[in-house]
Design a protein around this ligand. Structure first.
Ligand code: DON
Length: 568
């Protein structure tokens, strides 16, 4: 037995209206049962994950099946031509898989700059020069090889069927296609699939993508070599070259995902594991929790100015340190350094409860040498409490816009996550340093924060898309659950805030700050700007003595489901 909850379609533009409605109507209850749970960005993908759990697959089987269906039905972010991260807890094993894209071997630090050293607008965003070497084909297979239990073909099959037999376009996908029609229309092959006759697909219409079905079938039959070598890889390289890209056959064949020890820490009575470099997400989440504990954040009134003030102060400092981060080979600071008790004590001590510290007064970690809007997240727990948090992305919505005609999938524009021009803001207004400069084979710094957390008899998986707002959105939902005891849906629904050092202002979703709190924060020296969604968080929870729960974020396309029987 299964139940799928499907959120009504909402666009970012309607966030205000949506939050208003949420305030009037009781939020939908998080679903619960005992055999496992899945939360993802699309009902068909969630249903595929649930079915896998019902057939006895574990959390990894379900996560991979869900991710692959997203690569068909959620083309803005789900992908075979992008990359991502997964943090998992399978029995006693706690691990992180890095399947982040890498810069092609021909990439150079100045490849996005003009002769005056200025960034050329859009060059790191549109077309295949913006594409990193895809990591998803190797990553999903690797995840399944190490931990999956069902046959590989069974796990890939729902995605093959979605692409071959067709899937129904949701209102939200129709809206995304409409919103990105200029990008999608730039490349003929992309337009043929996603803008037939020059028009985005209508909501309710059925889309079939035979070339993608063939790619997925080859992947099911032969594993990642089917996509990383041979005719499909040659088609990727040819499409890239046709439009000025630099991807090579060697780049594709040489890609490897990497198992890394996750960032591990304890906070608020929970054990937590999150993503290490090349993502900054786990470090930011770890620094956030550690500083909040030092500042006794828990004891501050839930709906008072102190809590928001302290969050903003903590994030200013964490994002200042982010300036030093990059691919592990060039990062100017390590997680051990940035999460050392001595450094966290020093950082927390500089926080004044009554006054905002201007971001210009906050320098990154002093041990460093230079002292002087698309992603998707899915969360799965199974009947045994194993947990998978997986975030995957093309970076911008529909990536670089180029679809490889023979392969049916879009290429990412992850190269923009490098500091194309160190010290200058990127599309997420993130100011990043030399540590994250473009370099051949390097992985670009990320903010993705797939996270698992557990304590006796309980485990959770969560994370979000949202660019630079991923760690802060993820942290707030976690805090709502573990500090304030919110149910999952309430924790996700509650309006959120964000700060990222630069620009020096608190960003607030509609309804996040009452007029009184807003006034008090301004009095303490903060600037406040309104913003859209601070991440789209998908979260699931398993309890030894109770039902599993799942909640999807109403700010975006969201679908949460549970298995109705525990089987033990
Ligand atoms: O890795 C990162 O941090 C970005 N590429 C994530 C992009 C993203 O979340 C966009 N979607 N909302």
């Amino acid at each position: 037995m299964k139940r799928i909850f499907r959120h009504t379609t909402l666009s970012a533009t309607f966030l205000l209206l949506c939050l208003g409605l949420l305030a009037c109507a009781a939020p939908p209850p998080a679903l619960d049962a005992t055999g496992g749970a899945v939360a993802s960005a699309a009902p068909r993908a969630t249903a595929a994950g649930i079915k896998v759990l019902e057939e006895g697959g574990n959390a990894v089987d379900a996560a991979v099946a869900t991710a692959l269906v997203l690569s068909v039905v959620h083309p803005n972010a789900g992908n075979l031509g992008g990359g991502g991260f997964a943090v998992i807890r399978m029995g006693d094993q706690v691990e992180a898989l890095d399947f982040r894209e890498t810069a092609p071997a021909a990439a150079r630090a100045d490849m996005y700059l003009d002769e005056h050293g200025e960034a050329i607008s859009d060059r790191s965003l549109i077309g295949p020069l913006a594409a990193g070497v895809p990591g998803s084909p190797h990553g999903y297979f690797e995840l399944h090889q190490r931990y999956g239990t069902l046959p590989w073909k069974r796990v890939v099959d729902p995605a093959v069927r979605a692409a071959r037999d067709g899937f129904v376009v949701t209102k939200r996908l129709a809206g995304a296609l409409e919103g990105s029609s200029k990008l999608l229309g730039r490349f003929e092959a992309t337009a043929e699939v996603w803008l037939p006759g020059g028009r985005p697909h209508d909501a309710g219409s059925t889309v079939r993508i035979p070339a993608l079905a063939d790619s997925l079938q080859a992947y099911a039959d032969r594993g990642p070599v089917a996509l990383m070598e041979g005719p499909i890889a040659a088609a990727v390289v040819a499409a890239s070259e046709r439009h000025g890209g630099i991807l090579s056959m060697e780049d594709l064949a040489g890609y490897r995902s990497v198992w890394r020890p996750p960032i591990r820490f304890q906070a608020f009575g929970w054990d937590i594991a999150s993503m290490p470099l090349p993502s900054s997400g786990g470090i930011i989440l770890g620094q956030t929790c550690a500083m909040l504990e030092r500042l006794d954040w828990v004891s501050k009134p839930r709906f008072g100015a102190d809590r928001t003030h302290l969050l903003a102060e903590v994030w200013r400092r964490a994002y200042a340190d982010r300036f030093l981060l990059g691919d592990p080979s060039t990062s100017q600071a390590t997680a051990e350094e940035l999460m050392s008790p001595v450094w966290l004590d020093r950082r927390a001590m500089t926080i004044d409860v009554g006054r905002a510290t201007p971001s210009d007064e906050i320098l990154p970690w002093p041990g460093a040498p230079d002292e002087s809007d698309q992603t998707t997240h899915l969360s799965v727990v199974d009947a045994e409490g194993n947990a998978v948090a997986l975030t995957t992305t093309l970076n911008g919505r529909f990536g670089c816009g180029l679809l490889v005609p023979e392969a049916g999938f879009l290429l990412n524009n992850e190269m923009d996550d490098f500091a194309a021009q160190p010290g200058k803001p990127n599309q997420f207004a993130l100011v990043q340093g030399e540590a994250n400069a473009v370099g051949p084979g390097k992985r670009m710094l990320s903010s993705m924060t797939p996270t698992v957390a557990w304590r006796d008899g309980e485990s959770m998986a969560f994370g979000a898309p949202g660019g630079s707002r991923i760690p802060t959105g993820t942290a707030q939902v976690f805090l709502n659950v573990v500090v304030d005891g919110d149910g999952l849906q309430a924790a996700v629904d509650r309006p959120r805030v964000h700060h990222q050092w630069r620009p020096d202002s608190i960003r607030a979703e509609d309804g996040a700050l009452s007029p009184e709190i807003r006034q008090e924060l301004i009095r303490r020296g903060h600037e406040i700007e309104d913003c859209g969604a601070v991440g789209l968080v998908q979260i699931v929870r398993w309890m030894a003595d109770g039902p599993c729960q799942a909640a999807a974020d109403p700010r975006g396309p969201g679908s949460a489901g549970v298995v109705g029987t525990k089987g033990r």
